[in-house]
Ligand binder design. Sequence first.
Ligand code: SF4
Length: 300
Amino acid sequence: MYKRADVKVGFACNNHCTFCVQWDKRLRFKPRSLEEIQTIIQGEYDKWALYIVFTGGEPTVHPQLVEAVAYAKQVGYKQIQIQSNWTNFDKIEYVQKLIEAGVTEFSPSIHGFHKETHDRQVVTKWAWERVVKWLINLRKLNQIVIINSVVTKENYKEIPELAALLIKLNVTQFQFAFVHILWSAAANKEDVVPKKSLVMPYIYKALDLAKKAGIPAYTEAIPYCLMQWYEWAIAENHMPETSVVDAEYRVDSYADYRWSEWKSKRENCRTCVKDKYCEWPWKEYPDMYWWSEFEPIKKD
Ligand code: SF4
């Protein structure tokens, strides 16, 4: 599997998600110029990336995203993804321009089965309708559509219905990422962060539906001990090695960075048969709910 580069083209965004991990960067950093983005694109390619993800903030509010995509294609990237909240797409011509420029997959996010749940969390009216409209259009355009949904206190009970909707809309793949308790999510944590043990029955149902429908589905930031019988869906086991070009720093290996900076483990985990492979929860999670849900697995 080849290396992936995650490139943040700017931090401006038209949503104001209650769980945003980019916090005030939208105020502190200007969008990157096209020249700066092109230098990053070439630099990551020279460091062996063949897969590039344009993200932010919201990449589609950058006025030269199409040019950046075209440059990535010209440089030689094999896979080009746009990660978007999809609130900004009104014209099919814009999407067609992105496809013509070289986008090979779209990764929209949707955070609820009910439109009110999604709109309340992204703090934008009519956002859900737009995402769903464009999921339908993208599939009509025969595009690869990889959905990301953040799991929160507001939406976890809707996860199976959301999975059923995504299956009906014929998306290519979907993923449920447990909210990372940073910045906005940390500031709103009592309202945003659910207990994992309460969430899991809904996740299992969603994964069962995906498996039955033959659609790849994954979870992120949920350790093995809560994923027994569903280990096949642990996203971290399928992620390519990824570099991240953020506002003020570059991370060469996102996996190493996650393990060393963002994940937490307790002594008891050493007795678990999955200890060597498990990424453990985000380190802020046990501070909130402690460790009682994470029971070491004794036998493979
Ligand atoms: S007990 Fe610890 S090492 Fe084992 S699966 Fe759970 S979090 Fe991972």
